[in-house]
Design a binder for this molecule. Structure first.
Ligand code: SF4
Length: 94
Protein backbone atom coordinates (compact mmCIF):
# COMPACT_ATOMS: atom_id res chain seq x y z
CA UNK A 1 0.00 0.00 0.00
CA UNK A 2 1.41 3.41 -1.01
CA UNK A 3 2.19 5.90 1.73
CA UNK A 4 -0.39 8.71 1.93
CA UNK A 5 0.81 12.30 1.58
CA UNK A 6 -0.61 15.13 3.68
CA UNK A 7 -2.73 16.24 0.71
CA UNK A 8 -4.04 12.67 0.34
CA UNK A 9 -5.02 12.62 4.02
CA UNK A 10 -6.68 16.04 3.93
CA UNK A 11 -8.45 15.04 0.73
CA UNK A 12 -10.52 12.33 2.45
CA UNK A 13 -11.91 14.76 5.04
CA UNK A 14 -15.28 16.40 4.40
CA UNK A 15 -16.13 20.03 5.03
CA UNK A 16 -19.64 21.29 5.63
CA UNK A 17 -19.10 24.98 5.09
CA UNK A 18 -21.20 27.64 6.79
CA UNK A 19 -21.34 29.98 3.83
CA UNK A 20 -23.01 32.76 5.82
CA UNK A 21 -20.87 32.88 8.96
CA UNK A 22 -17.09 32.74 9.07
CA UNK A 23 -16.08 31.10 12.35
CA UNK A 24 -12.70 32.84 12.29
CA UNK A 25 -12.40 36.57 11.64
CA UNK A 26 -9.05 38.07 10.68
CA UNK A 27 -7.76 41.62 10.51
CA UNK A 28 -6.90 41.82 6.81
CA UNK A 29 -5.03 45.09 7.36
CA UNK A 30 -2.73 43.74 10.06
CA UNK A 31 0.78 44.68 8.95
CA UNK A 32 3.35 43.12 11.27
CA UNK A 33 4.97 40.80 8.74
CA UNK A 34 6.78 38.72 11.39
CA UNK A 35 3.46 37.97 13.09
CA UNK A 36 1.79 37.20 9.76
CA UNK A 37 4.60 34.85 8.73
CA UNK A 38 4.33 33.05 12.08
CA UNK A 39 0.65 32.48 11.39
CA UNK A 40 1.24 31.35 7.80
CA UNK A 41 3.76 28.76 9.02
CA UNK A 42 1.58 27.59 11.90
CA UNK A 43 -1.65 26.73 10.08
CA UNK A 44 -1.47 23.02 9.12
CA UNK A 45 -4.03 23.52 6.37
CA UNK A 46 -2.15 26.40 4.73
CA UNK A 47 -5.14 28.74 4.84
CA UNK A 48 -3.26 32.00 5.42
CA UNK A 49 -1.24 34.01 2.92
CA UNK A 50 -0.11 37.60 2.52
CA UNK A 51 -0.66 39.28 -0.85
CA UNK A 52 -0.48 42.91 -1.94
CA UNK A 53 -0.25 44.13 1.65
CA UNK A 54 -3.30 42.19 2.87
CA UNK A 55 -3.82 39.04 4.92
CA UNK A 56 -5.72 36.49 2.84
CA UNK A 57 -7.64 33.79 4.68
CA UNK A 58 -10.14 31.16 3.60
CA UNK A 59 -11.97 29.47 6.48
CA UNK A 60 -13.54 26.81 4.25
CA UNK A 61 -10.74 24.26 4.70
CA UNK A 62 -10.27 24.84 8.41
CA UNK A 63 -9.30 21.78 10.46
CA UNK A 64 -10.54 23.43 13.70
CA UNK A 65 -7.22 22.72 15.40
CA UNK A 66 -7.10 26.10 17.19
CA UNK A 67 -3.45 26.75 16.38
CA UNK A 68 -4.09 30.19 14.88
CA UNK A 69 -6.04 31.13 18.00
CA UNK A 70 -3.09 30.24 20.21
CA UNK A 71 -0.57 31.95 17.93
CA UNK A 72 -2.34 35.16 17.05
CA UNK A 73 -5.61 35.90 18.87
CA UNK A 74 -5.75 39.65 19.42
CA UNK A 75 -3.26 40.23 16.62
CA UNK A 76 -4.15 38.89 13.15
CA UNK A 77 -7.04 36.84 14.59
CA UNK A 78 -9.88 39.12 15.69
CA UNK A 79 -12.21 36.32 16.79
CA UNK A 80 -12.22 32.52 16.80
CA UNK A 81 -14.99 30.01 17.42
CA UNK A 82 -15.99 26.57 16.25
CA UNK A 83 -18.43 26.42 13.33
CA UNK A 84 -22.07 26.08 14.27
CA UNK A 85 -23.01 22.40 14.57
CA UNK A 86 -23.28 20.24 12.54
CA UNK A 87 -21.10 22.32 10.22
CA UNK A 88 -17.32 22.22 9.92
CA UNK A 89 -14.76 19.51 9.32
CA UNK A 90 -15.63 15.81 9.38
CA UNK A 91 -12.55 13.63 9.67
CA UNK A 92 -12.19 10.39 7.74
CA UNK A 93 -9.37 7.88 7.60
CA UNK A 94 -8.08 7.06 4.10
S1 SF4 B 1 -7.96 26.46 13.35
FE1 SF4 B 1 -6.13 25.39 12.54
S2 SF4 B 1 -6.68 24.79 10.45
FE2 SF4 B 1 -8.18 26.33 11.09
S3 SF4 B 1 -7.34 28.25 10.31
FE3 SF4 B 1 -6.62 28.02 12.44
S4 SF4 B 1 -4.62 27.01 12.28
FE4 SF4 B 1 -5.64 26.78 10.29
Amino acid sequence: MAKMTLDDKLGVDRFKVDEHNAHIIVDETYNNIDEINRLIMACPAGLYSYNDGKVDFNYEGCLECGTCRVVSLGKVIKSWSYPRGPLGVEYHHG
